[in-house]
Every structure is written in structure tokens, then in C-alpha cells.
Write a protein that binds this ligand. Sequence first.
Ligand code: GDP
Ligand code: ZN
Length: 363
Amino acid sequence: MTTVETMSTNGQLLGTVLAVQANFYRVQLDVEDKEDFSPLPHPPILLCTRRTRLKKIGQQVMVGDRVIVSEPDWSGGRGAVSDVLSRESLLDRPAIANVDQILLAFAVTDPPLEPYQLSRFLVKAESTDVDDVLLCLNKSDLVSLQVQQEISDRLLGWGYKPLFISVQNSINIDVLLKYINNKITVIAGPSGVGKSSLINLLIPNVNLRVGEVSGKLARGRHTTRHTELFELPGGGLLADTPGFNQPDLDCSPEELIYYFPEARERLAVANCRFSDCLHRDEPDCVVRGDWERYEHYLEFLDQAIARQTQLHQQADPESTMKIKSKGKGKQQYEPKLESKKYRRVSRKTQLQELEQLYNEPED
Ligand code: GDP
Ligand code: ZN
């Protein structure tokens, strides 16, 4: 794929896909001061189709993609996407390319800050393709500085430095803007923490833009929800995520530990005895121990193993794992030992099937 450098030096038009609607792509063009696109808003946005060549090679165009636009029709506000630059990152749900950071929004209270829920969102964010996670704690107007300090100390132990904000009292919004300006940011967090209020504050005309759909950003009641990037007044793009309170963790049991910064720290300076250590009760494990979220890790691990078992069972209903009770209502998944009888029958059947297969063409 061609690089950005060649493209811009070739004098081609570069832009970012803000939204995909049916077979159309809303592309915001990069602008340099000297350019003049008089009939268009600034920066100019063109409604584009996708070139047939891209369709033929199966090249998808998604929100966040950096694209080359050809055949601009300035008066009609139209164009065609003729190439897609290679993606820096790819977020799953919502499907957005080139996201720079995930802004995790929670409230210090009302709804109460729930450690397990916060942990789950953090692990989910860490498990994506996106490198940076920015943790914002809203409604700081409702608690004392001392309480904020306590929360902050606790989260530092988790490997995060939260930014306390108040949308209502405009506290630290300027600091937040410094983090998100000129970047592509995706906001996530449970409902009720003030995400919509924050988006409305950051993008004052967002209500106007989505007004006919609903009062809230990309949360249409009468239309299907679609992913859209909104422009921040100071530059940069912002997308909302569907409101969910418990994100699915879909990582493998082996990788899970790397989504805990405080455990990553331990693994950076020492190794467990076994390379496939799940950090449960294996001997000489350097991770297991006295850190606050270790309990969360164990719970998420059980869920990841259960999920993997389910996937295996779907692929191969005959074998896989069994649930072993670990007391206190906890369950743990372990490989199921096949009975000899079962194995014998199964191998015999397999042989018969193979023989049939080889014999058939000769019949
Ligand atoms: P969302 O569900 O995350 O989009 O949350 P909303 O933006 O709908 O806000 C939920 C409630 O929290 C609303 O009643 C807001 O007025 C309130 N709220 C939002 N930000 C703040 C804040 O900074 N301080 C206080 N005290 N309330 C806030
Ligand atoms: Zn270990």
C-alpha cells in the first residue's frame, strides 16, 4: 500500500472517513491554509463512493480510515475513495480504524464507582488494538479532595492515573482537551456517568447535528445506530460507543494477565517457572500474590477459560473440558479425560470413515 508521504507529495487529496452510510462514505479532507473550497464547510466534507477497483480487491473502507479521494466535485460536494492507507490500529466494536486512545469515563459517585466494573472496562480497553487508555472520573464536584486523593492512590496501585473532571462545574475540562485535541478518541463507560453531558460540552453543536435523529450523539431511537466520528472544535475526532455496563471480555486465558499493568510490571522483571503459567496455583509463579486486582484477574480468567471451552465445544462437540467445582460456589474448567472405551470407539469410527473415503472412488 502507498504511504502518506508519497500521496501528499503527489498532490492527491487525503482525508478521514467520518461515517459510512450504505455505500457512501463521509470524508473530511485534510486542509492546508492556502486551500480554498469556497462552497464547502471548513474543513471540507465530501460524500464519496468507493472506486470499483477497491470493491474488486475486497478493500473495505471503514470509519477512521485515512483515504485518498479522487474526482472531487466541489460544487456538488461529491468524490470517490480511490485508495485506503494502511491502518495504525483497528477497533472492533465500534468498528473504527486509527483510534489513538480510549477515553474511559466513570463517575466518582452517583452511580458509585464500582471497582469490579471499572476493572472490567480497563481490561477490555487494554485488550484492544488501541495503545492509550485515558481514565476520566466525572462528577468530582460531588466528593471532597480527600476522597479524590484516596481514589487516586488506589488506582495508582492498579497502574492508572485518573483525571478528575466535572462536566457540571467545568473542572479540568481544559486538561482533558489537551489530551484529546488532534487525536481520534473513542469514549466508553457505563451509563449515568455523564458521557452524553461531556460530549455535549466538548462539541456544542453536536445536538444540532444529530438533532433530527435524537438528542444524543449517535444514539438514534428511530434509526439504526451507526458509528460516526465527530469533530472537536479545536481539532481531533471523537466517537461514542454503545452504552453497555458490562463489556464482554473476549481475550484468551493466556493473554489476560498482560491487560493488568500492575502484573505486566512483575512479568517485566521476572519469569514464572512455566511459560504457559496461568498464575493460579502453579509453582514459582511471579504474578500470583498480594495485589488488589488479583481477585479480579482470577475471576476474569475463569470467564476466559469458560469462553474458550465453549468455543472449542462449538468447533468439536465431542472432546474438550469439564467443570471442576472449587468450593465456595467457584468453578474451574479443566481438560476432560476421555474414557478409554470412548476413545477406542471414536478411533475405530474414524478409521471406518477413512476407509470409506478411500474406497468410494474405486467403486
Ligand atoms: P450518560 O448516561 O453517561 O450519558 O450520562 P448523562 O450525561 O446522561 O448524565 C447522567 C446524569 O449525571 C445527568 O443527570 C447529568 O446531569 C449528571 N451529571 C453529568 N455530569 C455531571 C457532573 O459533572 N456533576 C454532577 N453532579 N452531575 C453530573
Ligand atoms: Zn505465573
